[in-house]
Design a protein around this ligand. Sequence first.
Ligand SMILES: *Cc1c(COP(=O)(O)O)cnc(C)c1O
Length: 411
Amino acid sequence: MTVATGRSLRSSAELIRAEEPVLAHNYHPLPVVVSRAEGAWVQDVEGRRYLDMLAGYSALNFGHRHPALVAAAHRQLDELTLTSRAFHNDRLAHFAESLAALTGLDMVLPMNTGAEAVESGIKVARKWAYDVKGVAPDRATIVVAADNFHGRTTTIVSFSTDETARAGFGPFTPGFRVVPYNDLAALEAAVDETTAAVLIEPIQGEAGVVIPDDGYLRGVRELTRRAGCLFMADEIQSGLGRTGRTLAVEHEGVVPDVLLLGKALGGGIVPVSAVVARREVLGVLGPGEHGSTFGGNPLAAAVGSAVVELLGTGEFQRRAEESGVLLREGLTALLGKGVRGFRARGLWAGVDIDPAIGTGRAISESLMREGVLVKDTHGSTIRLAPPLTITEEDLHTALAALEKVLDQGPR
Ligand SMILES: *Cc1c(COP(=O)(O)O)cnc(C)c1O
């Protein structure tokens, strides 16, 4: 039962049971029902508090309900929320200007979700290949990496290598070539005169925070420049502060031709994504050739501008880098004590748990009982990606909970 405010009077267990018959089963959430949050902490229906060490897969880089972002949203809600792109709105110019300036690129195509940004990037790259590069009609190819995660649309799962994401959803979109990640020779062999773009994640998030060897991103940059195709970086999860830089590609000092952003761009409040690119690339789009009813809406632009402003201070990148040192130290101390290995950059880690102790799911459930929320990925890997605003004390609390859970031994 709910009261008129929408506040639930039902327990967590009742709410979980109520979902079962009416909600598509495309997720397997941890059995926690969140009803409030602030900063790095969330609270469930019964009032239990948990540290959020997932942060909405990096959509909550600034924490839950960051005051500056909530204020920007509130202000905009009282002025104007939606116009569609049939008209101009007074927030969009500033959003595009500030995002282009932040990334060092020229033009912005505002969309909503990450998958839409990827889809839009693919369309733009193909159109660039025909209009600018001169690829024969319908022959453009895009080279992608194995174990990628770029979203869930039909075209995007067409080049996924995860059978669970693909099975049952064919027929698939042609025009993609898959090569191993972190393998420049394989990439070089796959690129030819039909190649519109190389599309990769600078760090593969869903794959388990897989960081390529130093030099890989520079190699991709040089190779794509030499081959005359675009370097399209999906920074939807790695971007906007997570790794200790505004963009993960900055760790190798490279600038891609096309940048895909999402998740944290919406400040954890509204879905905001964007394709950001050089003028020569995004300039291929003309009126009517692509669009989105909600893309670039005033509420999204106001929140997105506030996000860009926060990133402009450099504070969040610095915090990710500094707290990232603590995270790595904490995980290093657990090596051989239930942690088999880990990969980390900034405030982002993929932690391989000894399978003898439990699956990633089992560890996540145990951590939940200790008041820490994480998400498993493949097999026995868990992913840690707290809000960049997390305090040192809270980070220690999370690491202590992990140590305790691992100490408990097999489950
Ligand atoms: C989450 C994610 C996407 C898809 O974003 P949605 O908003 O869920 O559609 C695409 N690419 C990467 C790297 C992601 O992490």
